[in-house]
Design a protein around this ligand. Sequence first.
Ligand code: ATP
Length: 405
Amino acid sequence: MQYSEIMVRYGELSTKGKNRKGFIDRLGSNVRKALHEYSEVKVQANRDRLHVSLNGANSDAVMDRLKMVFGIQNFSPSIKVDRTFEATAETAEQMVREQIKPGMTFKVNTRRSDHDFPIDTNEMNTRLGGYLLEKFPDLKVDVHQPDLVIRVEIRGNGIFLTSQVVQGAGGLPVGTGGKGMLMLSGGIDSPVAGYLGMKRGVSMEMVHFFSPPYTSQQALAKAKELTGKLARYSGSIQFLQVPFTEIQETIKEKVPEGYLMTVQRRLMLRLSAALAIQRHGLAIFNGESLGQVASQTMESMLAINDVTTLPILRPVVSLDKTEIIKIAKDIDTYELSILPFEDCCTIFAPPSPKTKPNLERTRTYEARLDIDGLMQRALDGVQVSEIKAGEEFLNNQEDVFAELL
Ligand SMILES: Nc1ncnc2c1ncn2[C@@H]1O[C@H](COP(=O)(O)OP(=O)(O)OP(=O)(O)O)[C@@H](O)[C@H]1O
């Protein structure tokens, strides 16, 4: 069917009291961003619903984009008809014809926002229901659990008909929760953590540590490509690449092996916190899940968190690996994450890191380093780029393959 608009229903937004207007305006602008390629599409964010007028744009393509916008509970593709019973009946008949199956039950559900329209809600339900029963003798009415609901909305500018409700991404509009810095590795967990943070309205910037020549250009490209995947949920994302080679080499030289990883993580966190403060971020997000690997014990978190008072949020902290993988597959980051390019942490990982590092000892070992100098040089080398939704960075398959050999 050629739909005329997509009617979007808000989720949690409706409970936001005084902030509601700000949330709705933000959702409107996020939807416009997500649909920017469709210049014919018009978006109107009202108090109770958001309307996307298609003006001829392909409804399936537009709906695919809408599915990725947080703050939308569900939406329905609708057809606008003239404000007459005949026009409504004709389109409803066509809708049923396209979907009817043997033994199907249905009901008509009318909403009338224009009270001047001569047919009221009940009358429209019964008249249209009767008309459809006449046209399709196999059809039965079930008002409680119908297989098909024909929704009729009578508005001042036309009558809108819809029979589908498509699930949205839920959550809150990106940008309503302030800015967060996501520590993004090339692994499975941190992109999922980023997705979950964005789902709660956080506008996320990526912080990625890389250590050339120990880590390759492909490893960096992989982190950027993961960012492109996440940017589909927000339009675009700032990617901050932080040179980490000097820090890792220095730590390896000066810190006992059991504490390499803890001190390394403290430096990562110090740098992420410094960047958050520079760029007005309110919190740091990472992909740690309790008990998963050596660095992810509570003792380890205690020894690492010590370097900042900024909140450190861990959206996947209590998820099992299988649960994290399921989300990674759903958001299409999994296949990229499992490409085996070395991360800077794996390369400098000692064979047996302390799973329960001691805080005082950690501080003592770290004091052997020129923290200020190392931090300053790393911060001076930070490169910021804006990554757009779906942007790709890994070279063609042959190059990727050659490097893996
Ligand atoms: N190179 C990196 N750049 C930025 N952040 C990193 C990097 N390496 C690790 N991190 C952060 O530290 C967290 C823990 O890393 P670790 O390698 O211990 O765990 P992981 O479970 O393998 O996580 P992931 O799957 O996200 O790599 C990561 O989730 C990420 O937030």
